[in-house]
Design a protein around this ligand. Sequence first.
Ligand SMILES: Nc1ncnc2c1ncn2[C@@H]1O[C@H](COP(=O)(O)OP(=O)(O)O)[C@@H](O)[C@H]1O
Ligand SMILES: N[C@@H](CCC(=O)OP(=O)(O)O)C(=O)O
Length: 366
Amino acid sequence: MGQQTIVIKLGTSVLTAGDIHLNKPRMVELVRQCATLKQQGHQIVLVSSGAVAAGRSQLAQPVGDSISEKQMLAAIGQGQLIHLWQSLFALYDIPVAQMLLTRADVEHRERYLTARDTLTQLLKHQVIPIINENDAVATSEIKVGDNDNLSAMVAILANANKLVLLTDQVGLFTADPRTNPQAELIAQVHKIDDELRALAGDSGTSLGTGGMATKLQAADIAQRAGIETVIAKGSEADIVLKIMSKEALSTTFMRFDAPLEGRKKWLLSAPKSTGTVIIDNGACLAIARQGASLLAKGVVGVSGSFVRGDLITVTDSQGQVIAKGLCGFSERELDTIKGCHSLDIASALGYKASSVVIHRDDMVLL
Ligand SMILES: Nc1ncnc2c1ncn2[C@@H]1O[C@H](COP(=O)(O)OP(=O)(O)O)[C@@H](O)[C@H]1O
Ligand SMILES: N[C@@H](CCC(=O)OP(=O)(O)O)C(=O)O
């Protein structure tokens, strides 16, 4: 492939030097590699963790791990982080931009499109966007929570070809190599299933967030959006350049051949599901095999709390997640009309309403 847009996510494990201090020589190395890629005509977006660690290293007294303390640390450290990136990229005359996002910035379609436009403009002007979660103000309702998932959202926003997750391991192993020295590297993954998810543990340190589990979630989103994901070790010499020339020891998650179109990519990446609809086997087959919309007739149960237009999860009667999509009814309406023929919905509710529960254009299969 020729010139590509590459989102590179740098975990705290890559950006800290065995403790909480930012690893400046490592950052210099990564900047040099990004500059080389830019010279080759590639577009680069960085998702940089490290704000909390950087904040901690600046305070003389020890600080705890409560949410408000971490938010304070992020507010202190983010400035130092972006200052360092800016100074290092300036050595190559490459301008950078800071974008601090939360889930709320991508959850609503208009805000998603605004963030996408900003990113597109920055790339058009040869600027490297450096993105982190806006930890200082992100409440539990609006935060993504980890930069792996955030980087998958960014990869979709940037219409990227590749998502590179740099961490402190060479890739995904059959078990956490920290605790299991016999663990073996999995070089290539075509589809992420429950068996693979069971291998991916949490972060082995108090600095990282989510470990391999969130990296798999990110790779899963990216794969479906048609983006290849590579997990590799950020401390390896020339690692990003080696990934580009396919010489890196790493785990590659192949992209799906039939990627989703724009609106469905947004559905996949952003909104949080607030409820669940359980459907019968006939409806499962119709939506999964025939690409049909979900009708009330196939609905056997409803849970959670949602209003018309909210994103909900669709499961089969065994609880297996089949799809997610924007629901045409509230949970109370859906409970009333479950099992109804589409023509009977209006009389069951007492007013005219949508004839489908989730339209196929508003649904992604999982
Ligand atoms: N199956 C696995 N393969 C590789 N690493 C794993 C696995 N399960 C858990 N891990 C842990 O995930 C950690 C990397 O995630 P994390 O600490 O969140 O790093 P980062 O800061 O780069 O996001 C590794 O150091 C490792 O201990
Ligand atoms: N936003 C946080 C990092 C969150 C996160 O996902 O961390 P990591 O698992 O190290 O990529 C920070 O800047 O400290």
